[in-house]
Design a binder for this molecule. Structure first.
Ligand code: NOJ
Length: 600
């Protein structure tokens, strides 16, 4: 075993010796096992009607762009009827489209257009909670304690002599208490309901058979409309530990930011300044309970009944360690689970090599591909994240008075990271705009911010708006071509004009053309189903692996120089490089190259 040290994590992590297979190639994988899936955040991709909010007709019109980009599928964040207190992750009707996004006919047209272009479509399923505007929650509020209507959610009497204290000590992921008290029909303060997220996102009771039936029916509804799969929101949260015990483990992701500051003042706030960590660690009673797996086995049976090509499930489950996450992708459960450990790994060759190897190992043990991701609508865009001082994860926004990222460094590293990710075996998700190298909007005025986290923590946790800014398509048009209106729902930073699609299309060396090349070559070289063995170039600051097809042919050498010094380019034909190479045959720092090795 070769040993490398991850300096930033201060642990010694072993990787397999160079030349020894870490992961085997797969002949004839199912479509989803090596697919590249593009995440569309519908509010922010393309606005056809000019109201400043993206919509389904806008998406349909722009789909040919994705065909040219070379992805296999799209995943759309929620477009269902919603009061939009959490940008659509608060669903009031799972079977209809919010009028801001269009109609069911628009959704059908979008799916049909995508299929005509050879793109598959995944939609978002939000089963942990509904909106408080959902008919079920309204009925629950109108019904007495102990009623069947209340049993579809998690209502409990409060503690204290008058029931004035919440049933347990769980905070919300967005800050403040995880419980809110309702007023009963007689006008008196009554029971409390659990909401692990916003006060308007009551958690469902998955012990109730009606809840289970309802989501099977929702899955059928969308499968019958032709969708190819579902990204499952908070997949690790549906089942809570019996008795809802207090949680005395680590609660806060942002304890350093909020705990000294006193009470929160948002609507879900009150006297509790905590923010619940949505990552399942240790024995937390709200995350990663054994009971979730039986639910997914039932969903898998339903999806499998639709036959080939497979309709798929992808888990959004912030679960550690990796072995626990791999349990969500066992053969009879979900197909994919986002690899957030990879996303959160600092720009450090040893740490990256270690997480790549361990991810492949734990997924191989259950026969699942690994699902790589670097950005999404919940985390700081990687073009900015990798330009921040390296260290811990940076999940939740950057404010104007925070240390600012080094934009040039961030973009260089982001391109190198993407070129690494897209060479890895497995599937990969690309978040809208990363193919343009879009940075996080780190100087957004606070008045423009809409993320509930910002409001529930009195602004101490800045929130996720900075990664959700509308796409720039054309530099000279209003809202950079996002739509005919002048005012997109979130302000775009000036630099988005320079990075607009029309500024990059056909421009050699642009990030957009780099992604197109990477995606084309990834397909041609079958890297998504290839093998992986470390190359001996792997060492201080350098990560290098060889990939080949199942029959051993078509070897590709992928080298990422994340170190402090340039490196001699390996012999062979350079197929693509994430940035300019030195004239003197060197691989500069923060650059990834794919090479067809010289025979020898
Ligand atoms: C995860 C989603 O990605 C995020 O945007 C949302 O706020 C929470 N789940 C709650 O639904």
């Amino acid at each position: 075993m070769g040993r490398v040290t991850a300096e930033t994590t201060e642990t010694t992590q072993a990787i397999t010796a160079p030349g020894t297979p870490v992961h085997g190639a797969v002949a004839d994988p199912p479509w989803w096992a090596d697919a590249v899936i593009y995440q569309i955040y519908p509010r922010s991709w393309a606005d056809a009607d000019g109201d400043g909010i993206g919509d389904l007709p806008g998406i349909t019109a722009r789909l040919p762009y994705l065909r040219r980009l070379g992805v296999d599928a799209v995943w759309l964040s929620p477009f269902y009827v919603s009061p939009m207190n959490d940008a659509g992750y608060d669903v009031a009707d799972y079977r209809d489209i919010d009028p801001r996004f269009g109609t069911l006919a628009d959704a059908d047209a979008m799916v049909a257009a995508a299929h005509d272009l050879g793109l598959k479509v995944l939609v978002d399923l939000v089963p942990n909670h509904t909106s408080s505007e959902h008919a079920w929650f309204r009925a629950a509020l109108a019904s007495p304690p102990g009623s069947p209507e209340r049993d579809r959610y998690i209502f409990r009497d409060g503690r204290g002599s008058e029931g004035e204290l919440p049933p347990n000590n769980w905070p919300s992921v967005f800050g403040g208490r995880g419980w809110s008290r309702v007023t009963e029909a007689d006008g008196r303060p009554g029971q409390w309901y659990l909401h692990l997220f916003d006060v308007t996102q009551p958690d469902l009771n998955w012990a109730n058979p009606q809840v289970r039936e309802e989501f099977l029916s929702v899955l059928r509804f969308w499968c019958d409309r032709g969708v190819d799969g579902f990204r499952v929101d908070v997949a690790h949260g549906l089942v809570k530990r019996e008795g809802l015990p207090d949680w005395h483990g680590k609660v806060g992701l942002y304890d350093d930011v909020v705990s000294e500051e006193g009470p929160t003042d948002g609507p879900g706030g009150g006297e509790d300044p905590s923010v619940l960590d949505h990552t399942a660690t240790g024995a937390s009673p709200m995350w990663d309970q054994e009971g979730v797996h039986e639910i997914y086995r039932g969903w898998r049976r339903l999806l499998d009944s639709y036959g080939e090509p497979a309709r798929i499930l992808c888990a959004e489950a912030w679960v550690k360690p990796e072995e626990r996450l791999a349990r969500y992708v066992r053969g009879d459960e979900m197909h994919q689970a986002f690899n957030f450990d990879f996303l959160e790994t600092p720009w450090d060759a040893a740490a990256l090599a270690a997480v790549i190897e361990s991810s492949l190992r734990v997924n191989d043990e259950v026969g699942a591909p690994t699902t790589w991701v670097l950005s999404n609508h919940d985390v700081v865009r990687h073009a900015s994240r990798l330009g921040l001082e390296q260290g811990g994860p940076r999940r939740n926004g950057v404010a104007a008075d925070d240390p600012q990222p080094d934009a040039a460094l961030g973009l260089r590293r982001a391109r190198a990271a993407s070129a690494l990710m897209l060479a890895l075996p497995g599937s990969a998700y690309v978040y809208q705009g990363e193919e343009l190298g879009l940075p996080e909007h780190t100087t957004m005025p606070h008045e423009a911010r809409q993320d509930p986290t910002f409001h529930h923590t009195g602004g101490r946790v800045v929130g996720r708006d900075g990664c959700r800014v509308p796409m720039p398509w054309a530099k000279a048009e209003p809202s950079f071509g996002f739509g005919p209106g002048d005012e997109p729902w979130l302000p775009q930073p000036e630099v988005y004009g320079e990075l607009a699609v029309d500024q990059q299309e056909g421009v050699p060396g642009s990030t957009l053309e780099l992604y197109r090349t990477l995606l084309r070559l990834r397909g041609d070289l079958a890297l998504g189903s290839g093998s992986l063995a470390w190359d001996e170039l792997t060492g201080e600051g350098v990560l290098a692996f060889r990939s080949a097809r199942a029959d051993g042919s078509g070897e590709v050498l992928v080298v990422t120089n994340a170190g402090a010094r340039p490196l001699a380019l390996p012999d062979g034909e350079v197929l693509v490089a994430s940035g300019p190479l030195g004239d003197d045959g060197v691989l500069p720092t923060d650059t990834t190259v794919w090479v067809r090795p010289a025979r020898g």
